[in-house]
Design a protein around this ligand. Structure first.
Ligand SMILES: *Cc1c(COP(=O)(O)O)cnc(C)c1O
Length: 345
């Protein structure tokens, strides 16, 4: 994670970095993120309890709360811990308007086409002027978020979003945070004061390129073992739904890992997996605690053989793509019962 942060910094020299640590640092653990991202300029997340946790760990640099304040009760907590809220809708302005106490640095979010959070372009100037007039606000930055930085042929390109953004923020002199991982990796010509990379810090690559192409290292490796081996005859099938049927005699291994561990149930036959470092494939349906793998390329594999579901030697993006999802979802879904071991701490 530390090395991946250095990659992000090297791709955007001069930009400061909000390392995005929402969702328990994409499943990697907040303490690990705290330790790995000491060279980030700030951390960015959405969960209030986790932000407090970061302050208690000793994080003294800025913390950005990407969904802002949800209610007036949270205001004293934001003030006490100097959390910087994103302000993205009208009610948040009202809330700050009536605030007293320690002023906050805020981030005004512009909806430049994503249509998720943010003020519409025609509301931005008014929102900005209101924030400027508030005693509860000590400073204002701007942000917007790209919908398609990994896909240059999308209808809504980052360039189109930037054009809208610049049109509606004319005359406002404020720092800007922009690029997510895809923009950092694939649109490095987009300049901004702050970048907001997430998945790349964990070794995931958005879009078609591999993480390795960018010099990113997998942060999470999910491993298990074979706990059973079965000899199939031609015509035998495997697991629930009998989704895979052997057309010739073959050996299969049963891995102690299933959807209750966060392995995707929709990973079909053919999803890559490593057994004793050798690439093979998932067979049939993934069940709650187990999945089956083809041992044809591994005549020596037996109970206790090491299995890598993703990570070192098997890019998480490849597994995600085979399972019809993205690495983000796999990282975040790793279940509480999976034992965590921290390397290189
Ligand atoms: C999650 C998130 C990011 C990070 O996105 P990645 O694709 O993981 O780099 C950046 N900005 C906002 C607003 C986000 O919600």
């Amino acid at each position: 994670m530390r090395s991946n942060l250095a990659v992000a910094q090297a791709m955007m020299p001069g930009a400061r970095v909000w390392a995005v640590v929402k969702a328990d640092a994409y499943g990697h653990g907040l303490v690990n993120a705290f330790n790995a991202f000491t060279h980030a300029d700030g951390l960015s997340l959405v969960e209030l309890d986790r932000a407090i946790g970061l302050r208690e760990l000793g994080w003294q640099k800025p913390l950005m709360m990407m969904e802002g304040l949800f209610s007036v009760d949270e205001l004293p907590i934001f003030q006490q811990h100097q959390l910087q809220p994103v302000v993205h809708y009208q009610a948040q302005l009202e809330l700050l308007q009536h605030a007293s106490g320690e002023p906050l640095h805020v981030h005004l979010k512009v909806n430049s086409g994503m249509n998720r959070l943010g003020f519409a372009p025609e509301q931005v100037q008014v929102a900005y002027q209101r924030l400027r007039s508030m005693p509860a606000v000590s400073g204002i930055s701007l942000l917007t978020h790209f919908a398609n930085a990994e896909n240059p042929s999308a209808v809504l390109t980052p360039q189109r979003q930037l054009q809208r953004f610049h049109e509606c923020t004319q005359g406002i002199n404020a720092e800007l945070s922009l690029s997510n991982s895809a923009a950092v990796l694939l649109q490095p010509q987009i300049a901004c004061d702050w970048i907001r990379p997430g998945v790349m810090l964990y070794g995931g690559s958005p879009g078609g390129h591999t993480a390795h192409d960018f010099g990113l290292m997998p942060a999470m490796t999910l491993t298990s073992e074979l706990i059973s081996v079965q000899q199939l005859h031609a015509g035998d099938s495997v697991g629930y739904g009998s989704l895979f049927t052997a057309d010739q005699p073959m050996r299969i291994g049963i891995v102690a890992c299933g959807y209750a561990d966060g392995y995707p149930r929709h990973a079909p036959t053919g999803t890559p997996v490593l057994v004793d470092g050798v690439r093979t494939r998932v067979l049939g349906r993934v069940s709650m605690d187990m999945l089956s793998v083809d041992l044809t390329p591994l005549p020596a594999a037996t109970i206790g053989s090491k299995v890598t579901l993703w990570g070192d030697g098997l890019p998480i993006d490849e597994v995600a793509s085979a399972a019809g999802t993205i690495s983000y979802e796999l990282m975040c879904a790793t279940a509480p019962r999976v034992r965590r071991e921290t390397r290189g701490a």
